[in-house]
Structures are given as structure tokens and as C-alpha cells.
Design a protein around this ligand. Structure first.
Ligand code: UDP
Length: 240
């Protein structure tokens, strides 16, 4: 029996969240901390899907600003998410947590292809499923991937783990010391006020499909469990 608030979650980890202070590459101590936190939650019986970003390695926008074809640059970004996903899988399995990576772009030697029903089956068997390679389409983001997969697997919530902020503020708390944190918001607020929670495609998808989103800091160990237990951390964006 679980006393957790949520039965099935999508944990969204940006690439940056895996890179620590440096902001690029992978920081082993951070990946281990994330794995320990995921383990704690898995032990509650919560079903965990993870969507991993790639911004610590490559962002399509940067490539296109350098003159690259946008779609090509975005495919590079999707490949970056696969590298991060494999690093996380490795660390989770070192903690004894059975894990499957599913990619939206087929690479069968590396991981399973994304198959919705199979992903759900893994979750039911209490395997952590990592969704890699974004949606498989250029011009999208891994935030949109989190929204899409959450809808597909009927997750109760998206837990959006941040490494540089502990919730949603009315202004950048690093630049404005008077910035205040919201406890609760609607997607309409996020869209109307242009709050930098996630891109507008992802916000719209969450809004249209009544998906709750909790934005919180992953830098404090134990926070994923607190989020899952429904403790009052971060900012909740309500789907309805
Ligand atoms: N990307 C994409 N389609 C997707 C998901 C991601 O083209 O469905 C590319 C895009 O270029 C993006 C990069 O992958 O910049 C890395 O993803 P994202 O920026 O969402 O990573 P995060 O900011 O979460 O680290």
C-alpha cells in the first residue's frame, strides 16, 4: 500500500538538472542523487516514467542560430537526450531499480522503441521507464514530450524538477529580490502572464488534457519524495 498522493508520475528532468553547477555535461554526483530520490519514490510503489532533456549537451535552437538546418539541429538535440537517458538508466540500475529506456526514434541496439502499451506494462511491473529522444519530431521540446507522454500513459501529474529555481515566480528571483513565488496557478495564468514554466506548446497540451504540473527544486535531496507525498513544496499548476 502506498500513502503517496500520486499513483503514476512523469518526472521531467531537464538536461541542465543533470549537469550541476557547470550547466553542461553530466555531473555524476547529481545523477546519483536523482537516482537515490527516484529509488525512494519507487519503494513507495509509485509508477515512475521519466522524460529527460538534452540542453546540457545540445539545443536545436543554438544550432539553427549558427546557421544549421533547424530540423537537423533538433535531431542532434533528441540524440543528446538519449545520452542523458542512458546515463540515468545506468545509475538507476546501480541502485537496483529495474529500468527501461524507450526512444521515440528507433535505435534498437541501444534501447526499446517507444510503444505506449509496452511502456504501461513496464510501469505496472514497477519498472522505471525513461522516455528518450523527445517526441521524435523536430520543433518540439522535451517539456512537450512530458505533456504528451503524461497524457498517453494517464499519469496523475508531471513533476518538473528544476536545478536553478524552486517554483514559479512572478519575476526572475535571481535578478529581482522582491520576486514572489506562486503556490498555485492555472495554465491560463502561465500563458497569459508569459511565465517561463514551460513552452506554450507544452502548456497548451497540459491545459487541454487537464494534466497537473508541479514545479520544484531537485537540488534538495528528498524533494521528489516530498512532491509525491503531496507536501507543500514548489508551485502547482492545476489542469482543472
Ligand atoms: N527536441 C526536439 N523534439 C522533441 C524534443 C527535443 O527537436 O520532441 C530537441 C530540441 O532541439 C531541443 C533538444 O532536443 O533543444 C533538447 O531538448 P530540450 O531543450 O527540451 O531539453 P532540456 O531543456 O529539457 O534540457
Amino acid at each position: 500500500m502506498t500513502t503517496a498522493r500520486y499513483r503514476r508520475i512523469v518526472l521531467k528532468l531537464s538536461g541542465e538538472a543533470l549537469s550541476g553547477e557547470a550547466g553542461f555535461g553530466l555531473e555524476p554526483s547529481i545523477i546519483q542523487s536523482v537516482s537515490r530520490q527516484v529509488k525512494e519514490v519507487a519503494e513507495l510503489g509509485v509508477e515512475i516514467a521519466v522524460v529527460v532533456g538534452g540542453g546540457n549537451i545540445w539545443r536545436g535552437k543554438v544550432g539553427s542560430e549558427m546557421g544549421m538546418d533547424r530540423a537537423n539541429a533538433d535531431y542532434m538535440g533528441m540524440l543528446a537526450t538519449v545520452m542523458n537517458s542512458l546515463a540515468l538508466q545506468d545509475s538507476l540500475e546501480n541502485q537496483g531499480i529495474p529500468t527501461r529506456v524507450q526512444t521515440s526514434i528507433e535505435m534498437r541496439q541501444v534501447a526499446e522503441p517507444y510503444i505506449r502499451r509496452k511502456a504501461i506494462r513496464h510501469l505496472e511491473k514497477k519498472r522505471v521507464v525513461i522516455f528518450a529522444a523527445g517526441t521524435g519530431n523536430p520543433y518540439f521540446s522535451t517539456d512537450t514530450t512530458a505533456a504528451l507522454r503524461a497524457a498517453e500513459i494517464e499519469a496523475d501529474v508531471i513533476l518538473m524538477a528544476k536545478n536553478n529555481v524552486d517554483g514559479v515566480y512572478n519575476d526572475d528571483p535571481k535578478l529581482n529580490e522582491n520576486a514572489t513565488k506562486y503556490d498555485q496557478l492555472s495554465y491560463m495564468d502561465v500563458l497569459n502572464e508569459g511565465l517561463g514554466v514551460m513552452d506554450s506548446t507544452a502548456s497548451s497540451l497540459c491545459m487541454d488534457n487537464d494534466i497537473d504540473l508541479l514545479v520544484f527544486s531537485i537540488m534538495e535531496e528528498g524533494n521528489i519524495k516530498k512532491a509525491v507525498m503531496g507536501e507543500n513544496i514548489g508551485t502547482i499548476v492545476r489542469g482543472k
